[in-house]
Design a protein around this ligand. Structure first.
Ligand code: C2E
Ligand code: CA
Ligand code: CA
Length: 400
């Protein structure tokens, strides 16, 4: 992003121009005026830190006002592309609000002297764009309301994927993984619905439900394991979204659920990604402390995919490090892949953490990891996530 300097008195753009950049003022002042019947009305004088030209930059229509530098002025131009990328990545409701604000502003600044043919073409484009955004917002709102009703009716399902002890080859625990309601097959996978639930914050009540259900299921898994002569108690891992850590009362509600359960909370592990921890490190430290006080264990999930700053690892109370599956994928590909995983294992052990290797898909990966004193492994090679009754059967299996 470069700078442009305008001498005092320069017209940056004129009412009716078809240019479509917006500008952020770094230094100086810009006068924004509209001309109606050759009569000038100044509508604003803007200074450093303020933006102008954004209306045309959003809707691509003609300039509705004239911008003149009234001192020597330095601006950073922002292209229409940059702006439309930012808007398109935003929440659909924000997009609709923005477009309706722009349409309203356009009405305020009428009439605009632009050749009629050009103007009606532009008008048609922005009307179509507006219609498309409206359609997308309506779809989005419908989806959110379907997911909300599925939460209220407890139609989400929990699958379990075993986590294997790499010295014994037996199941050590399970990760609880959400699956969508059966009546919404397009939302079976959490990668489809978690982002929508996160942006609407519905992940907060659903996350509480998952925790309650999982605590109930631990008892069931442990009873079945005891029947089969397991000496070590089975543990269960639950994913916690960063949005569940945003508000103090939501964190406290999770801690209360753990405390109210009759389960020994040492057998519960909460999985939190590194980016979630670093989004607000102070709040995360407090939240992890509260969870730790209940007796629950904490795992750092998808290790290596977030900020990958090793600096923070010792600052949080962490029990387990889950190596992301992208590293396990590369294990058998080349020597560097092996070196990196070895280094992560050493690092975690030095920090008194145990390790789960995620995404084991081949026997060779399983063998390599068990030789490297990696405590636990998880992956399709052993088992895919499945409903509870199928997962319970895995307790009698030895994976090697
Ligand atoms: P995650 O926490 O990293 O969960 C592990 C994901 O990797 C699961 O996908 C699992 O099916 C998949 N996986 C396990 N082994 C293998 C393997 O060998 N190969 C490959 N290619 N994949 C493997 P899933 O169940 O689709 O979940 C995706 C993500 O959705 C999870 O990633 C987690 O971030 C999120 N998620 C799932 N359940 C919950 C939940 O209850 N709450 C929250 N907040 N997020 C959840
Ligand atoms: Ca996880
Ligand atoms: Ca993971």
């Amino acid at each position: 992003m470069g700078f442009i300097t305008y001498a005092a008195g320069t017209r940056i753009f004129e009412q009716g121009d078809m240019s479509s950049e917006a500008y952020l003022i770094q230094q100086g002042y810009v006068e924004i005026a509209v001309y109606i019947d050759n009569q000038k009305t100044v509508i604003a004088v803007l200074g450093p830190g303020e933006i102008f030209g954004e209306i045309a930059a959003v809707d691509g229509d003609a300039r509705s006002a004239t911008a003149v530098a009234i001192h020597e002025t330095v601006v950073t131009p922002i292209s229409r592309n940059q702006i439309s990328n930012a808007i398109n990545n935003g929440d659909p409701l924000t997009q609709l609000l923005l477009q309706s604000a722009i349409t309203w502003l356009r009405d305020v600044y009428k009439p605009i002297e632009v050749p009629q043919a050009e103007r009606s073409k532009q008008k048609l484009n922005s009307t179509n764009q507006f219609q498309q955004t409206q359609d997308r917002v309506i779809d989005h709102i419908n989806v959110v309301s379907k997911l909300k009703s599925a939460i209220n009716k407890q139609q989400f399902q929990i699958y379990y994927q075993p986590i294997i002890n790499l010295s014994s080859g037996m199941v050590a625990g399970f990760e609880a993984l959400l699956r969508g309601p059966t009546n919404l097959p397009e939302f079976f996978s959490p990668t489809k619905f978690i982002p929508i639930l996160e942006s609407s914050r519905l992940v907060v009540p659903l996350g509480r439900w998952v925790l309650e259900k999982t605590l109930q299921s631990i008892q069931h898994f442990q009873k079945e394991a005891a029947k089969r002569g397991f000496k070590q108690p089975i543990f269960i891992s639950v994913n916690v979204s960063p949005y569940q850590l945003e508000k103090k009362e939501d964190v406290e509600a999770l801690a209360r659920i753990i405390e109210a359960s009759s389960v020994n909370s040492n057998h519960l592990k909460l999985e939190i990604t590194e980016s979630a921890l670093l989004a607000n490190p102070e709040q995360s430290t407090w939240a992890l402390g509260l969870f730790r006080n209940t007796g629950a264990k904490i795992a750092i999930d998808d290790f290596g995919t977030g900020y990958s700053s090793l600096n923070y690892l010792h600052r949080f109370p962490l029990d387990t490090l889950k190596i992301d599956r992208s590293f396990i994928n590369n294990l058998t590909m080349d020597e560097n892949g092996e070196r990196i995983v070895s280094a992560i294992i050493h690092l975690a052990h030095d920090l008194q953490m145990d390790i789960v290797a995620e995404g084991i898909e081949q026997e060779s990966q399983l063998r390599w990891l068990s030789k490297k004193s990696c405590e636990y492994g998880q992956g399709f090679y052993m088992a895919k996530p499945a409903p509870m009754d199928q997962s319970i059967k895995l307790l009698q299996k030895a994976y090697f």
